[in-house]
Design a protein around this ligand. Structure first.
Ligand code: ADP
Length: 169
């Protein structure tokens, strides 16, 4: 008789944990898509133990790119950057997991691939700052803003995976 309530509590704990899991916005930019790096990049997040909760292929228009990079509008490279982001298909994704915002940035590496460590996505797969193949939110506020800019709530899927008990213990 005791086993049933215990199982129920475990389930509730898991659901509570799942609800608290952090989310970040990750995009494979047009250069990453054109170079055939979609699977390679997704694989690095997947193998780490992060969970994909939203994904779509989109060609953002320039106005949308300007919104996405709004905080960089005073920078000299802003116009070229927005032209580039809107130049072709982008894989827009939301990834979920403990510490995914900060650790996602670690997986990605430094903005300038010349300064990215080997082992990081940019360190291993890119050479110049203007073609650094991937975007990742840089903090909790930007993650929230970018997820809501790129995705409707209905496009995000909350689910639990059987691997979670092996990833989180
Ligand atoms: P990150 O993408 O690492 O968060 P930033 O937010 O500073 O970096 O810059 C956004 C993007 O703008 C970079 O990923 C890069 O593609 C581009 N960028 C940054 N600095 C330069 C630069 N000096 N020249 C050209 N493009 C740049």
């Amino acid at each position: 008789a005791l086993a049933i309530p215990a199982a129920v509590y475990m389930l509730q704990d898991k659901e509570a944990n799942a609800a608290e899991l952090e989310r970040t916005f990750i995009a494979i930019k047009p250069d990453g898509v054109q170079r055939g790096l979609i699977a390679e990049i997704i694989s690095r997040f997947e193998r780490k133990g992060f969970k994909l909760v939203g994904i779509k292929l989109v060609v953002p228009n320039k106005e949308f790119a300007q919104k996405h990079y709004d905080d960089l509008k005073e920078r000299p490279f802003f116009n070229g950057l927005c032209d580039f982001l809107s130049s072709g298909p982008v894989v827009a994704m939301v990834w979920e997991g403990e510490g995914v915002i900060k650790y996602g940035r670690k997986l990605i590496g430094a903005t300038d691939p010349q300064k990215s460590e080997p082992g990081t996505i940019r360190g291993d797969l890119a050479v110049v700052v203007g073609r650094n193949i991937i975007h990742g939110s840089d903090g909790p506020e930007t993650a929230k803003d970018e997820i809501s800019l790129w995705f409707e709530p209905s496009e995000l899927v909350s689910y639990s995976s059987n691997a979670e008990k092996w990833i989180y213990g």
